[in-house]
Every structure is written in structure tokens, then in C-alpha cells.
Design a protein around this ligand. Structure first.
Ligand code: NAD
Length: 549
């Protein structure tokens, strides 16, 4: 299947709400890792259940009348129902299994029967924008570490990580933008070449000696550099440790969450892995766990010697603990360690996409931000860096961490630019599921919450209902699949700014309520920053802590 993304302002559907969503669907496949199998990222994260489902979704969006809603269940279109003109155009539930059943084995069983598919976070609801989607988060983590531990600078510092897939592919550029020398271990040479080609990685090395010599040279010259090393992290990390070389920062972004389709254990050829996936997944799971154990023990070894080590959201600690590494959770997760203060203010990864495929439009929005958000140093600094360094993949897009009120201000400003024809066409707005009110994941997003509410999934469910009541264009509820089964629930939302008055109403209601709920979630858990944010922005949160029974 050859996926094309549409350009220009010619509609193939009845209006821009549906055309915009169709272009987002095509785009996630265009920039995804394996479009032939509808896989977007994170090993198994899919845009649609199967080819028949994909084709039916496309056909339905092309013909969908105003006032009707397409219903999608785990990547399969189920039907169209009469709703009303302000209702979402697409509603989805992806990979939600009942509590006691939500485990990897049951997921694989259903997946094999073609009854379910995992939508990842932004794959199944057509919001993924390529590696850029995660890049500012990774960059902010590195900057936060620099501020806390390295006198505000990563110049001359060594970052060791692994995985150059859909998300992990952002690490080289994020490390480069933060000024460090980043070594990324990747077992699949094609992935290294893909990142070299799209400008996210600078150099490739085939031996550890070659890679370390490049890194050591960059450290000496205090130059930013990213190097992809062909190898298995479960072998390379211990070798670096044994040589007594101490990276300043260590993390990992292999698909460790999935022991069958994600993580590649040591000692198997790609053909053997392919065969085991089909014939003996249990053996593959055991082998992956054994490698992850060694991989994580090396990370703990670096931590003991003084490296700053963190889990970057791939469940590697959980897997290692299951493999018997008792100290696995001595390594902190990135959200709690570096980003929670931002989430308390509902500041999180917000994105926009030029639906007409026009880079100039993104540049004009960059200029709008630099003018109207000059006071916000994180965002203005980021926009300057992003416009200089980040290559576009597929439909031109931008990501920036914005909070309550800021997202609405930007989206309404952009909608007006579309209306005035200052932009060449509509813009889609969306955000990551890893956002203040949108995700419950006790081993990633909500670990060690102040009030112990880590595993409560009410918040993402409320988020989705609220976005439906707030006229959003697409609303989705996701739960984990593959190795993430049973670990998380999240919600996604997309809005199309087509310049109309109706779009302005949708953007205002949905974006305000989306972030307001995020602030409420953290205020309710007792975070002072969120309580202050709720008060100062008049968010309407009921603070019942001191009220009488
Ligand atoms: P992906 O499946 O596209 O890529 C994973 C990469 O890891 C592949 O290129 C694979 O070849 C490589 N790999 C697997 N085992 C390896 C090993 N032992 N040694 C070296 N390389 C190995 O996945 P992705 O989209 O890049 O996501 C990576 C992980 O990050 C997933 O677990 C995902 O869920 C998680 N994630 C985190 C965040 C975040 O915000 N921090 C966001 C999205 C995804």
C-alpha cells in the first residue's frame, strides 16, 4: 500500500472536520514505522485494525454527512450514527479490556483472532506527527537535568541511551539541541539509517570503540553530537560499565514494554525472532526478560557510580522487577523526577499540523508564538530551536509545551489566521495522551502521586466525556496493549481549526476544559502548584480539604 498525504485545500469529503481527520489518519501512516502493516510506532501501535478497516474508515469519512458520528472500536469502524452538528465526528475506544482480563497473554490471544488492536497513545487516534511528537519532552528532561546537576549546561556531557524507533528516534536530536554528546544503541541498522536520513541523527558507528572515540572527541571539544551504534543494549551497556566509562546521563527507549513484538533479546537472528513470535512467544518472552535483567542491572550499576539514570516511559523497570531485579525501582521515572511541576499547571505536549501541507503556515504560527508568548521563556526558546533544527516529516507540524489558557489563546489566534486567509488552510490541534488530565499509568505518568491515587483511571475517562461535551472533533479512550495491557488508560482529542465561528467555539470549550481538568487532577492530589494554578486562573475546582463534614 502506498500512502499519500493530501496537499492543498481541495476537499475529498463534505467539510474540513472530516477532511482534516482523514488527512491526520493518512499522515500517521505516512510518518509511521511500518505502514504496510498499519503500524505507527511502539512495536504494535496501529492506526487501524486491518486493511479492510482502514479502507472502510477512509470511505466513510469521505461520505460522512454533517450531524453524523463514525464509531471505531479498536481500529475497526463499526458504523455511523445520527448525532448532531456539534457532536464529535469520530468516537473511538481502543484496546480497553476488563480489569481481570487486561494482561498481555489475553491481548495477544484477541489480537491473533483479529478482535482487537492496540492504538498506542497517538497512533490509533491519528495524532502522531513523527519523532517530533516526543522531542520537546525529551529535550526538556535533558535541560532539567542540566539545570539540576550540571550547572545549566550539557556541554561536554555524555548521554547514553538506546532505541531509535518511532519515539526513541527523537533522542539524538533532543540531546544535540541540549548540547550533549549522545550515544544511542540500536539493534536494527535500518532504524539508524532512517534517523540519519531524516536529520534526527548525525553519525553511525558499527563498533563500540568507534562510537566511544567519536563521543570522547565531542566531549573534549564540548561539541554537541549524536551517534547511533549498531548493537544490543543488553550487551553494550554492561561493556561500557566494565570499561569503567561513566556516562553523565543514562536512560533507554527500546520497546521494553513488549516482550514479544518490541524488545529484541540477545542471541537471536531476526529470522529466529520472527519464527518465535509465531510459534513460541513464551520462549521469546523469557529471553527478552533475561536480556532486560542484564540491561537494567547495568543501568543500576551506572546509577551506583554516579550517573543520572531515569526510566523514559517504556516499562523497563517493571519488566526487570518481574525478572527478579529487586532494586529496579531505585531508578526514577521521568515524569515524577522532572516534569510533574509542569503537569500540575497542565503544561504538556500540545501539537498543531498544517492540513494543507504548507511549511510556511507553521513558520507563521512560530512567529505568532514568538510575538504573543515572549514572556514564556520555555516556549519561546523552544520555538527558536525547533524552527532551526527540527526537520518536518509528513504534514508539517510543531509541538510545544503549553498550559491552561495558553493552548486556547494560540488555537483561537490560529483559527482567526485561517479565517483571514493569513494561512493557506486549516490547522489540526491535538496533544499527547501523556497530558495532565488524560492519563492514568502508575508506572509512568502517575507514579508516586502525593495522595496515592496512582492507579485511578477516572481522570482519563472524565477527560474523554468532557471533550465530547465540549464539541471536540475526535475523542478516543485508550488502554494499554501488548506489554502495556492492564497498565494504563488514557484519552485523546483532536480539533480542526477551519476558520469558522463553530470551530472557534469548539476550540475554546474543548481546550479550556481539557487543561482545566488536568489542573483539577493534580490539585485534587494535593499538589500546591496545581492548587495555586486553579485559584489564580479561576478554574472552578472545589478544594474540600478544609471543609467540615
Ligand atoms: P519502536 O518499537 O518504534 O522502536 C523501538 C526500537 O528499539 C526499535 O528500533 C528496536 O529495534 C530497538 N530495540 C529493541 N530492543 C533493543 C535492544 N535490546 N537493544 C537495542 N535496540 C533495541 O518504539 P518507540 O515508538 O520508539 O517507543 C519506544 C518505547 O518508548 C516504547 O516502550 C514506548 O511505549 C515508549 N514511549 C515513551 C514515551 C515518553 O513520553 N517517554 C512516549 C512514547 C513511547
Amino acid at each position: 500500500m502506498k500512502i499519500q498525504i493530501a496537499s492543498g485545500d481541495k476537499l475529498r469529503t463534505k467539510n474540513w472536520r472530516t477532511e482534516g481527520l482523514l488527512r491526520m489518519l493518512e499522515n500517521v501512516l505516512y510518518v509511521g514505522e511500518d505502514p504496510q502493516n498499519l503500524i505507527v510506532y511502539a512495536a504494535l501501535g496501529k492506526a487501524a485494525r486491518d486493511m479492510k478497516s482502514y479502507e472502510k474508515i477512509v470511505e466513510t469519512l469521505k461520505n460522512l454527512e454533517i450531524g453524523y458520528t463514525l464509531i471505531v472500536q479498536s481500529g475497526k469502524p463499526i458504523g455511523v450514527l445520527k448525532t448532531h452538528s456539534k457532536a464529535p465526528v469520530v468516537l473511538m475506544a481502543n484496546c480497553n479490556m476488563v480489569g481481570q482480563w487486561a494482561n498481555a497473554d489475553y491481548f495477544y490471544e484477541l489480537n491473533k483472532k483479529g478482535l482487537i488492536c492496540w492504538g498506542g497513545l497517538t497512533a490509533g487516534d491519528w495524532q502522531y506527527i513523527g519523532s517530533q511528537g516526543v522531542i520537546q519532552g525529551t529535550y526538556e528532561i535533558f535541560c532539567q537535568i542540566a539545570r539540576k546537576h550540571f550547572n545549566h549546561s550539557l556541554e561536554g556531557r555524555f548521554i547514553l541511551t538506546a532505541g531509535l524507533g518511532g519515539m526513541g528516534g527523537a533522542q539524538g536530536l533532543a540531546g544535540f539541541m541540549a548540547g550533549g554528546a549522545t550515544l544511542i544503541v540500536e539493534v536494527d541498522e535500518e532504524r539508524i539509517d532512517k534517523r540519519l536520513k531524516n536529520g534526527y541523527l548525525q553519525k553511525k558507528a558499527k563498533t563500540l570503540d568507534q562510537a566511544l572515540s567519536l563521543i570522547q572527541d565531542a566531549i573534549k571539544k564540548k561539541e554537541a553530537l549524536s551517534v547511533g551504534l549498531l548493537g544490543n543494549a543488553a550487551q553494550i551497556y554492561p561493556q561500557i560499565l566494565q570499561r569503567g566509562i561513566l556516562p553523565d546521563i543514562v536512560t533507554d527507549q527500546t520497546s521494553a514494554h513488549d516482550l514479544v513484538y518490541g524488545y529484541i533479546p540477545v542471541g537471536f537472528t531476526p529470522e529466529e525472532i520472527k519464527e518465535l513470535r509465531e510459534k513460541n512467544p513464551k520462549k521469546l518472552m523469557e529471553a527478552s526478560l533475561a536480556s532486560i535483567k542484564i540491561h537494567l542491572e547495568a543501568m543500576l550499576g551506572f546509577q551506583k557510580r554516579g550517573s543520572i539514570v531515569f526510566d523514559n516511559g517504556n516499562l523497563i523497570r517493571t519488566q526487570a522487577k518481574n525478572a527478579g531485579v529487586q532494586e529496579a525501582f531505585n531508578i526514577p521515572v521521568f515524569t515524577e523526577a522532572f516534569l510533574r511541576d509542569l503537569f500540575c499547571q497542565a503544561i504538556g505536549p500540545f501539537r498543531w499540523v498544517s492540513l494543507c501541507n504548507n511549511k510556511e503556515d507553521i513558520a507563521k504560527i512560530d512567529a505568532f508564538i514568538l510575538k504573543h508568548f515572549e514572556h514564556n521563556k520555555i516556549v519561546s526558546n523552544w520555538i527558536k530551536l525547533a524552527s532551526k533544527y527540527i526537520p518536518f516529516e509528513g504534514l508539517p507540524a510543531r509541538i510545544a509545551w503549553l498550559g491552561h489558557g495558553e493552548r486556547t489563546q494560540l488555537a483561537l489566534g490560529v483559527n482567526e489566521m485561517v479565517a483571514n486567509k493569513d494561512l493557506s488552510g486549516p490547522i489540526a490541534f491535538t496533544r499527547d495522551h501523556l497530558d495532565a488530565g488524560a492519563m492514568a499509568h502508575p508506572n509512568i505518568m502517575t507514579e508516586n502521586m502525593l495522595d496515592g491515587s496512582d492507579g485511578i483511571a477516572d481522570w482519563p475517562l472524565l477527560n474523554a466525556m468532557l471533550n465530547c461535551s465540549s464539541e471536540a472533533d475526535l475523542v478516543a479512550i485508550h488502554s494499554g496493549g501488548g506489554g502495556y495491557s492492564g497498565y494504563m488508560t488514557s484519552a485523546g482529542v483532536t480539533l480542526i481549526a477551519d476558520g469558522s465561528k463553530e470551530a472557534a467555539e469548539r476550540l475554546s470549550l474543548s481546550l479550556n476544559n481539557d487543561t482545566a481538568l488536568g489542573v483539577m487532577r493534580y490539585a485534587d492530589a494535593g499538589y500546591e502548584i496545581a492548587l495555586r494554578e486553579a485559584k489564580s486562573k479561576n478554574i472552578g475546582y472545589f478544594d474540600l480539604r478544609n471543609s467540615k463534614e
